[in-house]
Design a protein around this ligand. Structure first.
Ligand code: AMP
Length: 213
């Protein structure tokens, strides 16, 4: 199966993508991860992206396009999950063009639905292990005591002002894409609130129903 995981920041796209990767053997392509790695390695592209990411803004389409297409090209023959791409109408149109040119068929676009107040709680209480990239939540999944506290950090784009900007960018620029996917019959809406397992089961059931239809 080839899926797009769609939804606001903090909807659980990354968490669900990790489960799908592990259990369904799908390649996980996250533009957010790719951009963060570019920033860490201080590549020219990472340096260009940094000010956008830390402010919670979307990185310009032209910068993201090549990153995404290169990553997809490495997995043309695999089943994959696209996590966090596309996020603008232009990116969606480029992606469709790319998939058509390369005869790659998408199974579905899974849109995870989560209300803003839950998102704000999830993002503001998220912490990350800067070595392993593992995510924690201060209440529900606190960092284990044996992980040195100097390894636990908060993403700069999880600070309150950046969260508000990311939510606004999502509402203004990304959310309208749902109509684009809906009009081409690819959208599956999934309630993203609940345990990791419950949401995972909903995704798998939704996609299975689509594959049979
Ligand atoms: P994420 O980890 O998916 O929440 O992405 C973190 C940040 O990376 C976003 O807030 C954007 O600044 C940037 N980013 C990731 N994917 C995209 C994309 N498809 N288009 C533009 N910016 C992106």
């Amino acid at each position: 199966m080839r899926l797009i995981l769609f939804g606001p920041p903090g909807a659980g796209k990354g968490t669900q993508a990790s489960l799908l990767k592990e259990r369904k053997n799908l390649a996980h392509i996250s533009t957010g991860e790719i951009i963060r790695a570019a920033m860490k390695s201080e590549s020219p592209l990472g340096d260009e992206a940094r000010s956008f990411v830390t402010a919670g803004k979307l990185v310009p389409d032209t910068l993201v396009r090549k990153l995404a297409e290169d990553a997809i090209a490495r997995h043309d023959n695999d089943d994959f999950i696209l996590d966090g791409y596309p996020r603008t109408l232009q990116q969606a149109e480029w992606l469709d063009e790319y998939l058509a040119d390369n005869l790659v068929r998408l199974t579905a676009v899974v849109s995870l639905k989560v209300e803003d107040f839950i998102i704000i709680d999830r993002l503001s209480k998220r912490r990350v292990n800067k070595e392993t990239g593992e995510n924690y939540h201060l209440d529900f999944k606190p960092p284990p005591v044996d992980v040195p506290s100097k390894l636990i950090m908060q993403r700069r784009d999880d600070l309150p002002e950046a969260i508000q900007t990311r939510l606004k960018e999502y509402r203004d620029v990304t959310l309208p894409l749902e109509e684009y996917f809906k009009s081409s019959g690819r959208l599956i809406e999934v309630d993203g609130v609940g345990s990791m397992e419950a949401v995972y089961e909903r995704i798998v059931a939704g996609v299975a129903a689509r594959e049979v239809a």
